[in-house]
Design a protein around this ligand. Structure first.
Ligand SMILES: [Zn+2]
Length: 445
């Protein structure tokens, strides 16, 4: 039982950004009191059903924000098969350290998550870790071959909340059309990694002046946006639900805006690195800047932010993609794509967007908690009475240098390594259970 006092609660689901106190009982929010009015001891004892205050844990959150736990619709936890990069336990530790209480784990593991037994395995490993809620995303096509569809209804029964061949774009439009049609039986969105491989070719960064200067093969923006247009039209025709992963080009934003105007059931996410870094930042000697889709142009970046602010783009997601040091030490052109994001994402956006007044804290939390919870029909996303107590106590003043030793993830492939960031979660609860305190995981007894 917990009495959380004097926090600044930001809960867009209830339209609250105000001083508040909360009482937590049986893993849920039992009572919420907003404004300057304080709960009396009597109210606390009565609501929690205890006779003495010593049975209630009290936390004073003066000067801190309280957010509903963040929901990350896009992580790669690499288990089964590539546990040297990350596993569900280490990924879950990284998640809660970063303020994420729910994550959607992508299916591009080895083997890929295309059977019910594998979906259940991911879900159970998440439960075993006992930290963030780990929701499996199952494959769209068997073995990620892009041809034969998986048994989506069965996979959903095993716990899948969405379907995606993320890591690869589904090249056949007919396969995508059938998948959208079939996924309607589950009510779950299809998450599309939009990448036309005939356009992307062997590119390693965004095609443009920067790629020409560095002498690296470029990926044209169209490699993404033509597939966004295709998938939007297919969703419109079938009436299926589509979610566009990692939007990184202005043309994609324009297409999604038009699709929404037409009433197509489309949603989309943006990754922090696409909002904070551009192709101009790419360093030949540091493959932590190598990511797919690649870092955008400055112009794209402005349109991405505009799209988030006007509601064209629905949510933020990390696309947390851990790789081993050995792999990332290879020359830029040969290193794998991916940025490790869970533990730096919130702080980096806070520092660069919130503190610079480009986005309000209320909007940030809407994009990173309420909207993804709604789109994927998950619990959480708000702290209204009766909701699970998935919560983040956030210290806007907390400064920290990101170091290899400090990260709970097995991997360190982040462009923020050795950088000082400001604004971090300091306490995180999942279902009322304290899982992170003062930047450290609360270990199981
Ligand atoms: Zn992807």
């Amino acid at each position: 039982m917990l009495w959380l006092k004097n926090v600044h609660l930001v809960d867009p689901g209830q339209g609250i950004s105000d001083k508040a106190s909360l009482l937590i009982k049986d893993g849920k929010v039992a009572k919420l009191c907003r404004g300057e009015k304080q709960l009396t001891e009597e109210e606390v004892l009565m609501t929690l059903g205890v006779s003495e205050l010593k049975d209630v844990k009290q936390v004073d959150g003066e000067g801190k924000f309280l957010f509903p736990g963040l929901v990350d619709a896009h992580v790669h936890f690499r288990e089964p098969g590539q546990e040297d990069k990350e596993d569900i336990n280490s990924g879950s530790r990284a998640a809660v350290r970063g303020g994420f209480t729910s994550v959607l784990a992508m299916a591009n593991t080895q083997p890929v998550i295309d059977t019910r037994a594998l979906v259940e395995f991911v879900r159970l490993q998440g439960e075993r870790a006992g930290l963030a809620r780990v929701y499996p995303v199952a494959a769209v096509t068997k073995g990620f071959q892009g041809r034969e569809l998986t048994e989506m209804v069965d996979l959903q029964k095993g716990g899948a909340v969405a379907f995606s061949d993320d890591g690869l774009g589904i090249q056949s439009a007919e396969t995508m059309r059938l998948a959208l049609e079939y996924a309607k039986l589950t009510g779950c969105p299809l998450i599309s990694h939009c990448e036309d491989t005939s356009l992307a070719g062997q590119g390693v960064m965004r095609k443009g002046e920067a790629s020409a200067r560095l002498g690296l093969k470029g990926i044209p923006a169209s490699a993404e946006s033509v597939m966004v247009a295709r998938d939007a039209l297919l969703a419109g025709e079938t009436g299926g639900k589509i979610h566009i992963a990692h939007v990184s080009t202005k043309e994609s934003v324009w297409v999604i805006r038009a699709a929404k105007k037409l009433g197509i059931d489309i949603s989309a996410e943006v990754n922090p690195h696409h909002l904070l870094l551009t192709d101009e930042d790419v360093q030949l000697t540091n493959s932590s800047y190598k990511v797919n889709p690649p870092l955008p142009s400055r112009e794209d970046q402005e349109v991405l932010l505009e799209g988030l602010l006007d509601g064209t783009l629905d949510m933020l997601a990390t696309d947390h993609a851990p790789h081993t040091w050995e792999e990332k030490m290879r020359p830029f052109a040969e290193a794998p794509f991916g940025i490790n994001g869970l533990e730096t994402a919130l702080a980096a956006l806070w520092q660069e967007l919130v503190l610079k007044d480009k986005i309000k804290p209320e909007k940030l939390i809407e994009l990173w908690s309420l909207n993804p919870a709604k789109r994927f029909a998950l619990q959480g996303g708000t702290l209204k009475a009766g909701s699970p107590a998935d919560m983040v106590l956030f210290d806007p003043e907390w400064q920290e240098r990101v170091t290899a030793e400090s990260l709970e993830s097995k991997a360190q492939n982040t462009p923020f390594l050795e950088k000082e960031l400001q604004g971090f979660p300091i306490m995180v609860w999942v279902g009322g259970k304290l899982v992170m305190k003062n930047r450290k995981i609360v270990e199981k007894q």
